[in-house]
Design a binder for this molecule. Structure first.
Ligand SMILES: CC(C)(COP(=O)(O)OP(=O)(O)OC[C@H]1O[C@@H](n2cnc3c(N)ncnc32)[C@H](O)[C@@H]1OP(=O)(O)O)[C@@H](O)C(=O)NCCC(=O)NCCS
Length: 96
């Protein structure tokens, strides 16, 4: 199950994406009981990756992939995956 976000530019950098994503992540893992949440984006989209990091998802180089619908030479081709399991989430919440 993927978590994703898109806001109109005039609302960027106010913390809205992070605040909303935290609420969705909590709902997905504790109410819907989804065992693991993923989020992915282009390597160049560091702003979106920052949201992933701030809500507690983690990245491994081993998961990186070339998006199958993009030309391999596109600067947007290479993608990163961030992820978090329900157990990791509960552990994280116990330390806040
Ligand atoms: C990604 C997106 C949802 C972020 O929304 P947002 O409301 O600006 O996010 P937040 O304000 O919650 O957090 C943004 C974080 O990125 C950081 N940031 C801002 N500009 C940045 C940049 N150019 N590079 C890296 N980080 C950046 C901010 O400083 C903030 O981190 P901080 O709290 O540690 O300072 C928004 O930029 C967007 O809609 N982009 C277009 C759609 C998109 O790319 N969606 C993701 C597709 S995978």
């Amino acid at each position: 199950m993927e978590i994703a976000w898109r806001l109109a530019a005039k609302f960027w950098s106010k913390g809205y994406a992070t605040e909303a994503a935290k609420a969705v992540l909590n709902y997905a893992l504790t109410e819907l009981n989804i065992p693991e949440i993923f989020s992915f984006t282009a390597v160049a989209n560091t702003k979106s990756q920052r949201v992933m990091e701030k809500i507690g998802l983690h990245h491994s180089d081993d998961d990186d992939f070339d998006h199958p619908k993009l030309d391999k030479n596109s600067p947007l081709s290479r993608h990163v995956i961030y992820r978090l399991t329900d157990e990791e989430y509960l552990e994280m919440m116990n330390h806040i």
